[in-house]
Design a protein around this ligand. Structure first.
Ligand SMILES: Cc1ncc(COP(=O)(O)O)c(C=O)c1O
Length: 292
């Protein structure tokens, strides 16, 4: 999954070593991208899987906004930025080939994943009969809350075997699938090895063996680096961070939610953005999509 970004004529295709157009963007002007990234003049930074060098426009926008908050107040600065904030939903939706109503903005990939998992656990509580399948490379922060639920409910946690190539093995998954599988959680690209799991193939197996299973994809290391069509994957959720291949600010993330998730799950914990306190003992959930 390494891209040619150095020592090649510009503009440079965002191709990997096999010549695959990873981002689906064709030509990237690498010289311009490097010129737009002040840190490139200081370091050769290869830790994008950790946290990438942000372009100047990202850092300048954040600093300007903080200054504006300092001088005008947080709510006033927020109101002035409202159009730009609304556009974030549209640009993320375009990136993932979906609609803005399917995008939630969060503080991190972990927060995105946790919210999806909590909504599943709240709406359709796991029981001692529930099975949860995860990829062997699942991110630790995703497995820990699953383990908590397993400890409390008696549900079982099972790891899907890898193929000889090291990715999640589709045949093994198919053998594990039945009506007791409540959730499958898959890492699109593990942080430690750069492999790419066939998340669309996994989605097909899940849908054909148990359409009731919830399917959660950690796309933290793939979005921004690979071309990702969220609806085509067939996942109910995709969790993403801002600070890696999106080259956004730390403390940002987003969550793609499928039509099924929006229609069948209640967001948990609900907050003012997703719900309304109607009267002393009543609340309502904000409706984003028509029921499917
Ligand atoms: C696969 C994967 N998932 C989730 C995360 C967590 O991202 P965040 O810090 O935005 O919660 C990381 C970060 O390293 C990651 O590599």
């Amino acid at each position: 999954m390494f891209t040619f970004t150095v020592n090649s004529p510009s503009p440079t295709p965002a191709f990997d070593l096999l010549g695959v157009d990873l981002l689906g963007v064709g030509q990237l002007d690498v010289d311009q991208l490097r010129a737009d990234t002040r840190g490139c003049s200081e370091v050769i930074h290869l830790n994008n899987a950790g946290s990438a060098l942000a372009p100047a426009i990202v850092v300048d926008t954040m600093v300007d906004f903080l200054r504006q908050e300092e001088m005008q107040g947080g709510y006033e600065a927020h109101a002035e930025a409202q159009d730009r904030l609304d556009n974030v939903y549209t640009s993320i939706a375009t990136l993932l080939a979906t609609e803005p109503t399917h995008i939630a903005l969060t503080e991190s990939a972990t927060s995105s994943w946790d919210r999806a998992f909590a909504s599943i656990a709240f709406t359709e509580p796991f029981t001692s009969k529930s099975r949860i399948l995860v990829s062997s490379s699942e991110y630790a922060s995703n497995v820990l809350p699953i383990m908590q639920i397993v400890k409390r409910t008696g549900a079982t946690l099972e790891f899907i075997a890898d193929s000889p190539e090291g990715v999640t093995d589709l045949d093994s998954l198919e053998k594990l699938m039945d009506e007791s599988v409540a959730l499958v959680a898959i890492n699109h690209c593990p942080s430690q090895n750069g492999l790419i799991n066939d998340v669309a193939g996994i989605g097909e197996i899940i849908r054909s063996t148990n359409p009731n299973t919830w399917y959660l994809v950690d796309a933290c290391q793939s979005v921004g680096q690979l071309s990702v069509d969220a609806p085509a994957i067939g996942a109910d959720f995709l969790s993403v961070t801002g600070r890696k291949f999106m080259r956004g600010p730390r403390g940002t993330g987003f969550l793609y939610c499928s039509s099924r998730a929006l229609a069948e799950l209640e967001p948990f914990p609900l907050d003012l953005h997703g719900g309304h306190w109607d009267s002393a003992l009543h609340y309502s959930v904000r409706q984003w999509c028509p029921p499917i």
